[in-house]
Each structure stands twice: as C-alpha cells, then as structure tokens.
Design a protein around this ligand. Structure first.
Ligand SMILES: O=C(O)CCC(=O)C(=O)O
Length: 245
C-alpha cells in the first residue's frame, strides 16, 4: 500500500469539502490530562462561562502550549499549511450540560486579523460530542463560495452574538459526532455551527488555529497574546515566550 495514501486522501477531502474528521488522534491518557486541564481552568475562572475559555488564557499555561505543540497535532496541521508552523489562537468551547449556548453559522475567515488568510483549525473533541449536546455542524463545500458578511443576532443567545448573512439549506448540513481524542479539521471559509446543549452531559472541544509562519498576524501590539512558534522557521511574526514551570 502507498504509505502516503491517507495523507493524499485527507488533503483531497479538505480541498473538496472544506473539512474532514480524523479519529483517535490523541490517546485516552492524554485526553484524561486534557480533561483535568479543563476542570482546572473552570475552577480558576468561575467568572467565565465554559464556552469562553479563550486565547487570552494560553500564554503562561504550560500544559496548553505543550498540548498544541503535540507532534501528532502538528503533523496533521502541516498536511494543510506546511511544515513551518505557529499557533494563532486556541479556545476551549465547553458547553455546560443543559444550558450550553449555540455557535451560529459562521466562517472563521470573517473574524481573523490574518494576512493572507492561510490557517487551519484542528478541533479536538474533549468530551463525546453528539447531536444532543451540540456537536459541530458543517456545510460541505461551502468554503468554495467566498466569505459572506456578518449580521448581529440579539434575538437569541449564542457564543459569538453574530452569524454569517447567508441562508443555510438544512438538507446539506452534516452533523459531526466525535469521541474524545478525535479531531475535526476545517478550512477558514467553511460554514459551520453547533447547537445548544440541552443534554445532561457537558460538550467540550478545543479549537486550535495553526498558521504557516508566513501568515502575518495583524496586531498593533505584537506579540499577539496566543502567538507561539511551534515548528520550523519562525517567519514573519513575534511570539510569546514558552511557559516554564
Ligand atoms: O466548538 C464549537 O461549537 C464551535 C467551534 C467553531 O466555531 C470553530 O472551531 O471555529
């Protein structure tokens, strides 16, 4: 068998559909430590909703930085954005049981200060992610139709408070049910969302946004709070120091 076949298949699916799922990327032991990390963050930040454990918390958090630098994740990211890699942002979206908010339909590229918009998201499932607790939902191929403007939504609670100004054909939507350690990978222009958590179980996932180090993070005050050089040449950005201890 051609040893590169899975890599080529993953790349072909990403180019065609704008997303793919890779099962069992991180092992149960690692995921147990990730789970402890989430519990620690929730305990240290009782002022925040679980959906809001965002990129401003990454600098200084050695476990978080070591996790996004895990070679299994970097090897996957490099299939899509090349081998010189940096972290742009990372965010746990932990929807509490019974009250977790939805993420409305959006495209990441509509939000980010990146030039060019070369970036890939790896979404690591921390908890089982199901239709009932608000799994990721995607519109395959939607990354090939440009970036839509955004509209504010004040009529419903949601994680970001706005959405892409576009109508979604529900028949084209795919629900991505994942197990802890599975990774969903998506393109910055993919239309995606997730529902409210009305189940009795938490739904936690970690978004990790990897850029090639040739992508510039546009910021008045570098380094960007969650910019870390992870592999290869450092490229065009300034970076946060690696946390110690
Ligand atoms: O975790 C979620 O529900 C949404 C994640 C998301 O929007 C993203 O990864 O860009």
């Amino acid at each position: 068998m051609d040893p590169d076949a899975p890599v080529l298949e993953r790349r072909a699916q990403y180019d065609r559909d704008g997303y793919l799922v890779v099962r069992g990327v991180l092992d149960a032991g690692t995921m147990s430590s990730v789970n402890d990390h989430v519990d620690g963050l929730l305990a240290r930040h009782p002022d925040r909703r679980g959906e809001d454990l965002g990129h401003d918390l990454v600098a200084g958090d050695q476990f978080w930085v070591d996790l996004v630098a895990d070679a299994r994740l970097l090897d996957l990211a490099s299939e899509f954005v090349g081998s010189d890699l940096a972290l742009f942002a990372s965010h746990y979206i932990c929807k509490p049981a019974g009250s977790g908010r939805p993420v409305l339909w959006h495209q990441d590229a509509g939000y980010w200060p990146l030039e060019p918009m070369e970036v890939v998201t790896l979404w690591l499932a921390v908890d089982p992610s199901t239709r009932e607790n608000g799994c990721l939902r995607v519109v395959p191929g939607s990354h090939r139709h440009g970036v839509h403007p955004r509209r504010t939504r004040t009529d419903t609670e949601s994680v970001f408070g706005d959405e892409s100004d576009v109508s979604i054909d529900e028949d084209s939507v795919i629900d991505l049910e994942l197990e802890p350690g599975d990774v969903e990978i998506h393109h910055p222009a993919l239309l995606h969302s997730s529902g409210a958590n009305r189940s009795a179980h938490r739904r936690c996932g970690l978004t990790i946004r990897y850029i090639p180090t040739s992508t510039r993070i546009l910021t008045d005050r570098p380094p960007y709070p969650s910019a870390f050089h992870l592999r290869g040449e450092p490229g065009v950005n300034e970076y946060q120091p690696w946390p110690v201890g």
